[in-house]
Design a protein around this ligand. Structure first.
Ligand code: AMP
Length: 327
């Protein structure tokens, strides 16, 4: 566990105040909403191409800009749709690598699920296309990048930032759950930050339709998984409520609660719900109570996402102004 240093307080500032990236606008500086509509309309045509004979997207429809990051199966680039000048993030995946790792079915599910979700705190997937070697995902551009980097830079967030983030995520996850989608992989690495500091849930690679007993190949970190998942039992949407508790802990204390030297130790701590708070910290008792309400072994006993906004800690700390800006 990292020792809490100074918490970041300004991470939620809009880009203009925080001295970051400018909003993508057209040549006249107009906001992109109408371009978005046009681009999405074209994307819908593109999606229908297989059955109607209409034209699909190709790489020639985009100007490719700077690389935004590197993933396991390919790279992500800033890109602009030529006709509408609409800015997107283009994720380029190599088919050979997808096949080698046997994840084509997983990618299909990810596309299917993410393309149907519409929420300000969920990264939009506008569409996809492919050629002989690659699959391209047309994604909403998250101008302020990975939340993980921000967390590492700050070590931990203050209570106002944490509560605001957590409430926005609770709303986004509740929306997913109303569509019977469980994300199952909520962690800082899968959260991006939009232009106004708003969180965007990304990476639906492990998401499924609820309920599920689909076993996750537990090759990555166990840190965010609830007891029922590490034990390979059937699970419901309540797995995301647990992860939200883990995330609250990590935002406030700088590391996940069940961290241990080895997989086995982490496993044991999760199954026992061995929850301890660092002694030397100025985090409020209300925040700890909130975390305990989500990190409950019995899935049905976890705080329902619809009740997150009524929790005393959230009510006292989540910033309504920031939430109105998309958080
Ligand atoms: P991924 O393959 O999804 O792990 O993406 C690799 C990296 O690219 C991420 O860690 C981000 O830094 C960056 N990235 C991915 N998607 C986006 C996006 N939609 N907007 C901005 N940056 C992104």
């Amino acid at each position: 566990m990292q020792q809490p240093l100074k918490a970041c307080t300004n991470v939620l500032k809009p880009a203009s105040q925080a001295g970051q990236v400018k909003a993508p606008t057209d040549a006249k500086g107009a906001p992109q909403e109408s371009q978005k509509e046009q681009a999405v309309a074209r994307q819908d045509e593109g999606q229908a191409a297989g059955t109607s004979g209409k034209r699909r997207w190709t790489i020639d429809d985009f100007d490719i800009g700077k690389p935004l990051g590197k993933g396991k199966f390919g790279n992500v680039y800033l890109a602009r749709e030529k006709q509408t000048k609409f800015i997107v993030a283009l994720k380029v995946l190599f088919k050979s690598q997808l096949q080698q790792s046997n994840v084509e079915h997983q990618l299909r599910r990810e596309i299917e699920i993410q393309a149907h979700l519409r929420h300000p705190n969920i990264l939009r997937l506008y569409g996809y296309f492919y050629d002989k070697e690659k699959v391209y995902l047309i994604l909403e551009y998250a101008a302020r990048g990975e939340l993980y980097k921000e967390l590492v830079r700050c070590n931990h967030f203050d209570e106002r930032t944490s509560a605001t983030y957590i409430l926005s995520l609770a709303r986004a996850l509740h929306y997913c759950h109303t569509k019977h989608v469980i994300h199952r992989d909520i962690k800082p690495e899968n959260l991006l930050v939009g232009l106004n500091g708003e969180l965007k849930i990304s990476d639906f690679g492990w998401s499924v339709h609820a309920p599920s007993n689909r076993r996750k190949t537990l090759c990555g970190t166990l840190d965010y998984l609830p007891p029922e998942m590490v034990e390979g039992k059937e699970h419901t949407t309540a797995v995301d409520n647990w992860s939200l508790g883990v995330l609250t802990y990590e935002f406030l204390f700088g590391g996940p609660p069940f961290e241990a030297p080895g997989h086995q130790d982490t496993y044991r701590r999760i199954v026992r719900v061995d929850l301890k708070f660092p002694e030397r910290s100025d985090v409020s008792p209300e925040a700890k109570t909130f975390i305990r309400k989500l990190l409950t072994k019995e899935a049905q006993q976890r705080l329902p996402l619809t009740q997150v906004e009524n929790d005393p800690w959230i009510r006292a700390n989540a910033d309504p102004e920031l939430l109105a800006r998309g958080n």
